[in-house]
Design a protein around this ligand. Sequence first.
Ligand code: HXC
Ligand code: NAP
Length: 264
Amino acid sequence: MSVFVDNLLRGKVAFVTGGGSGIGRGIALRLAKQGAKVALLGRTAEKLEAVVKEIQAAGGEARAFPADVRKYPDVEQALKSTVEAFGGLDIVINSAAGNFLAPAATLSANGFRTVIDIDLCGTFNTCRAAFEQLSKHGGSIVSITATQAEVPTPLQCHAGAAKAGIEKLTRDLALEWARSGIRVNAVAPGPIEDTEGMSRLAPGDVQANFKKRVPLGRYGTIDEVCEAVLFLVSPAGAYVTGATLLIDGGTSLLGAGPFLDMMG
Ligand code: HXC
Ligand code: NAP
């Protein structure tokens, strides 16, 4: 149930990486509900097609473009196909990411590089490939980061570095692209229930303790992340650029506190 009125995004075209599952799927559905035509990118065609069907069943328009965000030419082609299919591009959401728990002392160089490559380079690839089209009539980019960018987090040096890089990239692109009419922002969720991310990072036995240590006393929901994204891409966010909006129930106010449970 959104606090926003419907059809805020009628006539807009949105491109969502990682749109086949979890938070990216939720954002894709929410943007479609607000009237946007939605293109989805991820590696697994079946996951994307399932979301396309959900959007179409609700009366919306969507297309799937299976690709890996690490491969620039493939991302560029997916964006080109989006513009051909829907006639333009207005909104880009970077939600594709890879993550796992790993102590820095044993994480391989390739493990570190892989997460930087998917999260940070994948986000740059998508923003860069979208620039020309977005600059034609102005547009909005929102990247999904994480509180690991702000707070030192055990077993998360790879994801933390990648997400911090995205937040810095967000501010740099916001400044460089402001005169092209492109707003660039980030949303940094804390722990969000019913997601792949939390099942990877906080297995069952850690969850009860973790929840108690969140100042608001619970995990967030995918819907709550979607509301923040919708604010940023809608006319309500028209004067916001270069911002990172924390949607974390206050978790980051405690520093590394809640995350120390992950160390066992
Ligand atoms: C240590 C690991 C590892 C693990 C992989 N690697 N998993 N190292 N612990 N659990 C290492 C591998 O050994 C390898 O290094 C390198 O990473 C690349 O692994 P591949 O399997 O070849 O990579 P790839 O197939 O590209 O898969 C990427 C992936 C995978 C990140 C490893 O898990 C993935 O595709 N995930 C996508 C879905 C996902 O992660 N969703 C969660 C996002 S949530 P070597 O040296 O052996 O070659 C999220 C939560 C945020 O970000 C925060 C919540 C608070
Ligand atoms: P998720 O369901 O696993 O979403 C990640 C998506 O990215 C998947 O659909 C995955 O699909 C896609 N993806 C992964 N690697 C890709 C690649 N190389 N190219 C293209 N697509 C790729 O996890 P989630 O928990 O919802 O996370 C979504 C976003 O929120 C991520 O950016 C994550 O870091 C962020 N976040 C999540 C939480 C949380 O509590 N869950 C908290 C903070 C931040 P394929 O595997 O099919 O490609």
